[in-house]
Structure formats: C-alpha cells, structure tokens
Design a protein around this ligand. Structure first.
Ligand code: G3H
Length: 255
C-alpha cells in the first residue's frame, strides 16, 4: 500500500544520497517518461520546498523550461512571505511563451504576491550586441540583482535536447556529443562529472554565482534525464535535488 511505497521511496532517497554524496534528495513517485502528469507532482513538491526556504525580502531566481513552467502553475497563491522579487536567472530561450523564464518569473511573482523583473535578452545573441545591451542601466541593475539571488530553482535538462531547443548548429551539437556533454542547466552544458563543456552566450547567473547562492533547488523528471542529474549533483553537495522515481531508479542503474 501507500506506506510501503513511501518507505520504498525513502530507501531510494537514502541510496541516492550516498551515491551522489548529497544531503537533500526528494523523490516523487512515478516516471514522467511514462506518465506526463508526474510533472505536476514535481511542480507541487518544488512549490512546497520554495515556500519552506524563502524568507521576506528574498530574491528568488528561476530558469525556463517545461518543468519550471509546472512549478509556476502548481504554486499556490500565498501572501505569507513579504516583498519577494522573482528574477529569471539567465537570458531567454526558444519561441514558446509558456516556457520562457521571463513568463515563469512573472507567474511565480503573481502567486507569491511579489514583484518581478524581466530580462529582455535572447540566448545566444552575438557578443557585440550583448556588450551593447549591457551598457543600459536597466539591464545592468537587473544583472546586479541576479548576483544577489537568495534561492534559485532551476530545471535540469539533457544536453542533446537543450542543444536542439537552442537551435545550435550541427557542428556544435557534434562537438557537445564528442566531448561528453550530458547535461544542461542555466545555460551551461556539463559532462557527467559536472565539468563545463560549453556555455551559452548570454548574461546573468554564472557558475561561480551558482556556487555561492544560499539555497539551490534542482528539479528534473524522467529516466531519460538520469545522466543530466548526475552531472548537476557533482556541482555542489548542498544542492537540493527534486526528481521523480523514474529518474531516481535510472541513476542507480547508471552509477
Ligand atoms: O535547462 C534545462 C531545462 O530547463 C530543462 O527543460 O524542463 O523543459 O525539460 P525542461
């Protein structure tokens, strides 16, 4: 029954904590690859974690993607925490409005009765255009705020899926594969050891910033993302991982 299932999941969590050398891993029942509704459960669970760690006047950083979009959707309306500022951690990506980090930031800010700021810079913009944009005060001040993020919640993606979504050229996709990229998060492509293979040409949070944020919560669903998650687990041992059972079991197979 239900109790047995919960116990099974906590065993799974304990095994993963040991293998990945992480203190905080939470596993949601089910496999997203077989049941797309699991993403809503991840969204609900992530919302709970955010509400647990966020404090008055905090800056909440978020990223884009379908998983993060579910967090915004499942976040309950709450005004218990005062003066939250929600920011996209990096520049935009892709064409779909629902999965844009700007849109997700605005939706979460609405749910938490907070404020948001938008980052009007597309991903993979040319270096010169980026330098020009960086001269605007509005963008400069937003970048400063990004450096002060207290809580970051980010989606973990597969390198190949994200390279395609970001319309990278065939040449670059081949290089990523050849160099062993398996994971993508906040604009970086990592190999399974969490080493950087490539960084998207955009502004905002960098890996150093990431390492100094008080609270970071990485979320992912689906067995297909196992290696992508292993890579992110290598970045910090005090990261909170929130994944589904499908991903959790596949990680055990891969290690
Ligand atoms: O960078 C990783 C992506 O945000 C993951 O995207 O949630 O749509 O799989 P996804």
């Amino acid at each position: 029954g239900f109790i047995y299932q919960l116990k099974g999941l906590s065993n799974l969590e304990d095994k993963l904590k040991e293998l990945l050398n992480l203190k905080n891993i939470f596993v949601v029942p089910g496999n997203f690859d077989k049941d797309e509704y699991i993403l809503s459960d991840i969204g609900k669970e992530a919302s709970k974690h955010i509400l647990n760690v966020i404090k008055d006047n905090n800056i909440l950083g978020i990223t884009g993607g379908t998983t993060m979009a579910k967090v915004a959707e499942e976040m309950p309306k709450s005004n218990s925490i005062k003066d939250i500022l929600v920011l996209p951690a990096r520049g935009g990506i892709g064409k779909s409005l629902e999965t844009q980090s700007n849109n997700i930031a605005a939706n979460i800010a609405y749910k938490l009765d907070g404020k948001y700021k938008l980052l009007h810079i597309p991903d993979n913009i040319g270096k010169e255009a980026l330098d020009t944009l960086m001269q605007f005060d509005e963008i400069k001040s937003l970048i400063d705020s990004i450096k002060k993020i207290d809580v970051l919640v980010f989606g973990i993606g597969r390198s190949d899926t994200m390279a395609e979504r970001r319309n990278l050229s065939k040449d670059i996709i081949d290089i990523l594969e050849k160099e062993g990229a398996v994971s993508e998060a906040f604009g970086y492509y990592f190999n399974i050891n969490g080493e950087i293979i490539r960084e998207s040409n955009t502004v905002g949070l960098n890996l150093e910033d990431f390492k100094s944020i008080r609270n970071v919560i990485g979320i992912a669903a689906g067995a297909q993302k196992a290696e992508a998650i292993i890579a992110i687990a290598a970045l910090r041992n005090d990261i909170t991982l929130l994944i589904d059972e499908g991903a959790a079991k596949e990680i055990l197979n891969k290690i």
